[in-house]
Ligand binder design. Sequence first.
Ligand code: TXA
Ligand code: MG
Length: 341
Amino acid sequence: MEYLPISSKSLEKAAEVLRRGGIVVFPTETVYGLGADAYNSEAIVKVFEAKGRPRFDPLIVHIADVKTLEEVTMLSLLSKETRDKLFILIQKFWPGPLSLVLPKSEKIPGIATAGLSTVAVRFPAHEAAQKLISLSGGAVAAPSANPFGALSPTKAQHAQRNMGDKVDIILDGGPAKIGVESTVLDITSAGIRILRHGGIPKEEIESVIGAVEDFSFAAEDKSEGGLVSPGQLKSHYAPKTPLLVFNREDIVNLPFAADAAWLFFDDSSHNIWLEKHGGQAQKPITKVLSALGNVNKAAACLFETLHELDDFKVSKIFAQFAPQEGLGAAINDRLQRAGVR
Ligand code: TXA
Ligand code: MG
């Protein structure tokens, strides 16, 4: 494995590896991806194997210009009304953290989409990612660069630690800006559905195309329905340490354990806890996601903070839900799925 900072030379080298069927960790604005040439099924198999990911969980195809959308999808299968909505979404949110589920073209091998007739496509808003994709042949299939079910990587070092021996190159582009994965939106069904909350909040999508249905993990959990997106597996995004979630109202009732760690959403929540437990002789580890309670700031450091807390080898991590607004929905989805049940 080669670990390289971003430069035109390292991007050219990584693109060459992709063209030859290798696998590369690369930065995006959401989390780091583990990419393979989206047209090469043997390369894609390597991605599933490196992650230990079940073959029924499809990958997102990353592109670096809207023209390539025509190569990887069959837009003619969409109704005119849906196509109109698609173009509005693309205009408003691409490049950016929105993955669109669309009818797949024959060019994308079935292994990439777990045999589905649809493919999730994303145009990342990250210059190095765009260059890598263009240089490599135009379409890169990439899940997040973490072992299946584990915490997502928001830094190249996270991927190096957990995947370093299984990939050909790691490109280090610094910390990911957004810090949670893309929103996955299915526009192939009659009603438009959010399959995963992520970097583009539901409210923003609704402001341009009207109401969308919430088919994300949290919504599914309450109804008794089956999994809509194969990625909606319960235990996911999980640290090795057992994680328990709580709401702001629960803080005063939380049990105290000196060998646990606490993750608070904001300073004011932390202060409520300190008032109750601050006098204890043993001081457990506490962290705050955003001092002033900004959901975007909290999202940007969520996974990094969970990685850090996991390294302390505490007995449990207690983590506070964010307000369910903006990127708070994505934060809460990740915490809920990381939690023990
Ligand atoms: O931000 C992101 O989306 C990152 C970066 C690397 O781009 N990628 C990422 O990929 O999060 P991954 O593989 O960890 O998550 C992909 C999600 C899964 O929940 C998967 O089930 C869903 O997208 N998905 C992919 N193709 C789908 C399809 N055809 N239909 C429904 N869901 C799909
Ligand atoms: Mg993932």
